[in-house]
Ligand binder design. Structure first.
Ligand code: UDP
Length: 251
């Protein structure tokens, strides 16, 4: 999609600013022929997952756009001699995206997280951005037998953009598996985004985010689930990046 591509461990990442990313996403949300556009974010953890999961990696490689989320990707860029334009993460993007969709009279469907969570996000958007931006919501714990009903609800809502919060890589695999049947112009995987905007999980203070340590906050909040991802994962990620750099691979 962009000529500003940074390929990190075989994953092509858009090296663009938040504004450029919003422009790209907006262009994907117009009605078009063919399957829904797939748009994703990757952080250091995602790159680790992709190194071990070929199906996920191939989905990232063949999606319309993958955005550089977090300080780990910026650090990898520095190691590879590439200046990363921006921290294009879903959580910072969400209010901007809602405003943009509102300006363009497009609508968003929220799919994912525990029952009741997406409803709280819809309330937040209603209060902070305005009414009508969120076309519909559904939790992320539906059965395979309920898939048709979920897709019908998305279609009925008239949404242009679908945000899918099922965690990595489940959400990317899910989007790809139903891509041809998705009744929206574009779908994005957004991880834990709904948990933040519902207020279920407080987000790190701005100053901690500014210095690239949001991951420490998440580690403190959910140490049992996150210690492996961050304490071991960050080291594995840096080793992978250094190895790729030493090999002089084009990735
Ligand atoms: N989730 C879901 N359905 C599932 C598994 C997970 O809706 O079958 C939700 C979960 O409730 C949470 C999100 O997916 O809201 C994953 O959040 P996490 O912070 O783990 O995202 P990641 O960082 O892995 O992208």
């Amino acid at each position: 999609m962009s000529e500003e591509l940074f390929t990190l461990l075989d994953v092509p990442i858009q090296n663009v600013t938040m504004d450029q990313a919003l422009e790209q996403i907006s262009s994907c949300t117009y009605p078009h022929e063919g399957p829904a556009c797939e748009l994703h974010f990757v952080n250091a953890h995602c790159i680790n997952v992709s190194a071990n999961d070929e199906v996920y990696r191939r989905i990232l490689q063949s999606s319309e756009a993958v955005y550089a989320d977090g300080s780990g990707i910026r650090k990898a860029g520095r190691i590879m001699g590439v200046q990363i334009a921006d921290n294009v993460n879903g959580t910072d993007m969400f209010p901007l995206l809602c405003r943009r969709m509102q300006d363009e009279q497009k609508r968003i469907y929220l799919l994912g997280a525990a029952p009741g969570t997406a409803e709280k996000v819809r309330d937040w958007v209603g209060q902070e951005i305005g009414p009508g931006v969120i076309a519909g919501v559904h939790d992320g714990f539906f059965k395979e037998t309920e898939l048709d009903a979920v897709l019908a609800d998305i279609q009925h809502s008239g949404a242009d953009l679908l945000l899918v919060a099922l965690g990595v890589p489940r959400q990317e695999l899910w989007i790809r598996s139903v891509r041809d049947r998705l009744p929206v112009a574009a779908a994005m995987g957004v991880g834990g985004l709904f948990d933040f905007y519902s207020g279920n999980i407080p987000r790190a203070p701005r100053w901690l985010r500014a210095i690239g340590f949001e991951w420490v906050w998440r580690l403190i909040q959910e140490p049992r689930r996150m210690w492996k991802r961050y304490l071991i994962g960050n080291l594995v990620f840096l080793r992978r990046v250094h190895t790729a750099q030493r090999k002089g691979s084009p990735s």
